[in-house]
Design a protein. Structure first.
Lengths: 520, 322
């Protein structure tokens, strides 16, 4: 696809970019050409090299070899300053904002006019007003960042780039933290920017966003560029196949649920955080045997607290009944071990913080939470590590963990394989209730498919499952019933077959619509 | 306690608060940039020794002052190298430098002068002498304010006034200049600074250098103005007290002034057991009074003064993340 010489029709042309981190070849001979005034998607699994490629373009890393052309001109980008000068702006997945600075101060930082601030600030205030009018980018210039919603913080990042007169805007996984409505707003902004002649590069793993917003899409797989397609001529299935290198089932195959008796009953459950602020404000629901209840919502609306209360990590008030028996909510017997003993397995949302100890081996991690299990004990004093390792090997084989080496440290596995280790540990205990948070966060498409199958299989064995995910698509495809959380409350229940996107989006934003779904 | 005694007490407070203020502002620059510096003490000590030695050998207090700042800068540079360039643990680097300073100062002073690790007493141009501010005598007759001006405000060595001027200057630099904005940003979120195309390493070294210079002033003041020469461990924990004052002040320059004056006041009290006894009507043992500033330090550090939120990136070396 690279033309012989330089071509001024392209805002960006990368030729033969390679980059290695030690033995890992993150980018291999990448060629890509992005026409001016288009939205260009870059899609690929985790570790495919998308972020590395963009970091090279932004001067965060230097390529080992290859050339970068901006507007048809060979432009070396050794550092971020050069990238900014070449008209490139980047909105990182994790915002690079100073939390206790105002919007204005953040925008001005690094682009000050002189040694004194007053002039820069008043100029920036004027420019910001113009920009926000032009592109629907309204933010209060005097607001402090930590008081802003994530969506607004993202706008500040975009404003930062535009203030530096970026013609090329790169966004890395921009919608992960947004509500559907905020995401739609973002895409309107991006289309507005494109219509003004700016070039937008959108990095994402969400096929739907690619289909809805981009003009062209480049697909990366394991450090290489596998192809660039005109989005309108492609399909999600084709893109997914390009990403993974084989056919992938995007839809989860599942039969209608065979509902049994009520397994979990939660009444008026409340949780306070360490500052005494109520984060879970009295939620009530039931899950029956053979049912997956999906909790939808933007991150930080009480879902984590719900999982922690049920998992025995956070003290709570209210009432939890499992198979008809009351569970203590605070004090003695309200810990994770007691909950596991009662038949509740928990795959935590953050596997690296709560699910695994990254420096420990796979077999040690498989023992955690179940290290008291009789089959792991040699006698009253010593554990039977050989049995444990053998058990880990069996679990790794059943869950297709690669590489299947129990003595490898958890951190040496990819995100997807780490998650498989945690899921294997919890599911293989045959729990009555599985709590599973963000089952596929940072997990590649192939592993997502596998983990989804395991969750559905457990449900088909007549187990109850509470699924928490910020990925609305995941919730919709797996759940038998959806509960939407906002600000510590359940806003409503919906049937995934009939619920429409807009309705769910409104609930996620805390706007209650007419009750359509069944009650709790 | 009569007014004259109070004025004496305040006069001593100001003199004793000055090294704390220099050191506190020194720590402020470093910590606002995200580099914790527990080595204020060592830098002060090194500067005190260097300034007293050079002032004695050359007979010039100015040469001594320069030497003090240079010596402190060397230690600051090592701390920067360890914690910025090599991303070492900032606490350990600071503690190590304190130990080095504690030993090296005595070693050098002993080698140079052979007086048990002290420098010979300084006199004349080798010391900063007191400055009488304009109209001090003329205004003495004005009730209340006149004696306050003449006794407390006027009649200090130059460095006392430099320290006081550093407070508004620091405020202005921090909140009104480009450098200040970047300095505060790099202590809160170095990634934001890095992606804005500014050198995190350069900014942090600049901050550490300012810390070095200010600690140099603090040490030089101790040896050539407050006292007449260097003595073993003469800073007596003032670097740590300054750190406590910095936390007390929540890393803000004007609050730092009040915090240092408070600590200075306690130190002044320790010198006047007679006044304390007259006020509280109980004989307070002198060692107890001596301990007061340190007790206050412990209380401050233990968080009895409310929650102080340090700069968010403080103490953590900056590593580019993928």
């Amino acid at each position: 696809m690279a033309t012989g010489g330089s071509d001024a029709r392209y805002a960006i042309e990368l030729k033969g970019i390679s980059k290695a981190f030690g033995p890992v070849q993150a980018n291999k001979d990448i060629h890509i050409a992005v026409p001016k005034g288009t939205i260009h998607g870059i899609i690929g699994e985790n570790g495919a090299g998308k972020s590395t490629l963009m970091s090279i373009l932004y001067g965060f890393y230097r390529a080992d070899s290859g050339e970068i052309y901006i507007n048809g001109k060979l432009t070396p980008i050794p550092d971020s300053q050069s990238a900014i000068r070449a008209g490139i702006g980047m909105v990182f997945q994790h915002f690079k904002l100073v939390q206790n600075f105002t919007v204005l101060e953040n925008v001005v930082l690094g682009a000050e006019e002189g040694a004194l601030l007053a002039g820069s600030l008043s100029k920036a205030r004027k420019v910001l007003t113009d920009l926000s009018r032009e592109y629907e980018l309204d933010v209060d210039p005097d607001a402090v960042i930590e008081d802003l919603s994530v969506g607004h913080q993202q706008r500040v990042e975009i404003l930062k780039a535009l203030y530096r007169q970026a013609d090329i805007l790169i966004l890395d996984e921009p919608t992960g933290v947004l509500t559907p409505a905020e995401a739609d707003h973002l895409f309107r902004i991006l289309k507005g920017l494109r219509d003004q002649g700016k070039t937008v590069i959108l990095i994402t793993h969400k096929l739907r966003e690619i289909m809805e917003t981009t003009d062209n899409t480049s697909v990366m797989r394991r450090g290489t560029m596998v192809g660039t397609v005109k989005t309108a001529d492609s399909s999600p299935e084709e893109l997914a196949e390009l990403m993974v290198g084989r056919k992938v089932l995007l839809e989860v195959e599942k039969n209608p649920p065979l509902l049994g008796k009520t397994v979990l009953k939660v009444e008026d459950l409340r949780v306070k955080d360490e500052h005494g602020v109520e984060r879970l404000k009295g939620v009530s629901f039931e899950i029956r045997a053979g049912e997956i209840l999906g909790i939808a919502g933007v991150a930080g609306n009480g879902q984590s607290e719900l999982l922690e209360a049920l998992g025995g990590i956070a003290p709570a008030t209210g009432r939890i009944t499992l198979n008809g028996a009351d569970l203590p909510l605070a004090g003695k017997g309200a810990d994770a071990r007691a909950r596991r003993g009662a038949g509740i397995a928990h795959v935590p949302e953050d596997r690296q913080a709560l699910g695994l100890i990254m420096d420990f081996t796979a077999w040690e991690n498989v023992a955690f939470g179940y290290h008291h299990a009789p089959e792991y004990q040699k006698n009253a004093v010593f554990m039977d590590n050989d049995a444990l390792r053998a058990d880990t090997e069996r679990k790794m084989a059943r869950f297709d963990v690669r590489p299947p080496i129990p003595t490898l440290a958890a951190k040496s596995f990819s995100g997807g394989n780490q998650q498989k280790i945690v899921v294997a540990r919890e599911i293989e205990r045959n729990p009555d209730l599985l709590l599973i948070g963000q089952p596929t966060r940072g997990v590649d498409i192939g592993a997502i498919e596998f983990i989804h199958k395991q969750i559905v299989a457990l449900r088909d064995q007549g187990k109850a499952i509470l699924l928490v995910s910020v990925e609305l698509d995941e919730i919709r495809s797996l759940s038998d019933r959806i509960a939407v959380m906002f600000d510590g409350n359940i806003m409503g229940f919906r049937d995934p077959e009939t619920a429409d996107e807009r309705d769910l989006g409104l609930l996620m934003a805390g706007i209650a619509s007419d009750s359509k779904g069944e009650a709790a | 306690m009569d007014y004259a005694t109070l004025l004496q007490l305040l006069d001593t407070t100001l003199r004793l608060a000055t090294p704390l203020l220099f050191a506190c502002l020194a720590g402020l620059y470093s910590e606002r940039a995200g580099i914790f510096d527990i080595g204020l003490e060592g830098k002060m000590l090194m500067a005190a020794m260097a300034s007293a030695s050079v002032a004695f050998l050359t007979g010039s207090v100015w040469a001594g002052l320069l030497a003090g700042m240079a010596a402190s800068l060397v230690l600051a540079g090592i701390h920067g190298l360890a914690s910025i360039t090599f991303r070492g643990n900032q606490l350990i680097s600071g503690v190590a430098l304190n130990f080095v300073a504690s030993g090296v100062t005595v070693l050098i002073a002993q080698r140079l002068f052979g007086q048990g690790g002290r420098t010979p007493p300084l006199a004349g141009d080798a010391r900063f002498s007191a400055i009488t501010l304009p109209f001090a005598e003329e205004l003495r007759g004005v009730p209340v304010l006149g004696p306050l001006y003449a006794e407390v405000i006027s009649g200090h060595p130059l460095l006392v006034y430099v320290a006081l001027l550093m407070v508004p200057l620091t405020w202005w630099v921090l909140y009104r200049t480009r450098f200040g904005l970047r300095l505060r940003a790099v202590g809160e979120n170095p990634a934001a600074v890095d992606t804005a195309g500014i050198s995190v390493v350069g900014l942090r070294f600049a901050a550490v250098a300012i810390t070095g210079i200010l600690c140099g002033l603090a040490g030089a003041y101790m040896a050539t103005a407050l006292q007449a020469g260097f003595g073993r461990e003469m800073t007596a924990g003032r670097g740590y007290i300054a750190l406590a004052a910095l936390i007390f002040a929540k890393w803000r320059p004007v609050a730092a002034l009040w915090a240092c004056l408070l600590f200075g006041f306690f130190q002044a009290l320790a010198l006047r057991p007679d006044v304390v006894e007259a006020v509280v009507q109980v004989k307070v043992p002198v060692p107890f009074l001596d301990a007061l500033p340190y007790v206050l330090t412990v209380l401050v550090l233990a968080g009895f003064v409310g929650k102080a939120i340090p700069p968010r990136a403080g103490g953590e070396p900056y590593v580019k993340e993928r």
